[in-house]
Design a protein. Sequence first.
Length: 236
Amino acid sequence: MSNGKLYLIPTTLGGNETVSHVLPDYNHQLVHKIEVFIVEQVRTARRFLKAINHPVPINNMIFYELNKHSNLDSIVEYLKPLLDGKNIGLLSEAGTPCVADPGAMIVELAHQKNITVVPLVGPNSIILALMGSGFNGQHFLFHGYLPIDSNQRNRKIKELELAAQRFNQTQIFIETPYRNMTMLETMVKLLKPDTKICVAADLTLPTEFIKTLPAKLWKTTKADLHKRPVVFLIGR
């Protein structure tokens, strides 16, 4: 018996009302044939599968959770259905799996076991923000979250500015949604007046907001970023 395949299945970046706008119909047809899923949160995964009209009753599906509460020593067991010839879908909590997402651990194990990995097309906030920023799209670096400690965070922001200016390398990072406004205020305070900042919020959603301005102009620009998913970029 041949192994099953591990499909990397993107989800929406917000509510499931955008499913038809951001995910190809091919994805839906393929996912409809999968009954075993590795997910961050079962509740979110169930809502997504319902939104794409999965024909199999939810209670007949198998879900393995992969998040900060998972026992990393036991996740290899998640791949057993693949070795039995069944396909598995790896679902991100939002957007593309394995990018700023714990799913990369599963993919690494799949390669070790010679299991075919199939990434599917879907929205990724990092790439969408880069596309909309006007910054260098050939040389960029994603940092994830910056340090929480204010002194460390401030030093990091200055380091990112230096890299952006010295190497023309776009610097990309994210922040916990309730700290977005503080992050933007800190950047405006620390960065040189002409250093450019791009703020990309609610990507692919009806409330999408993308704006690139020099730091000095952000002082007088209103942007309500509180509790919204935001990608920050620093460019030349």
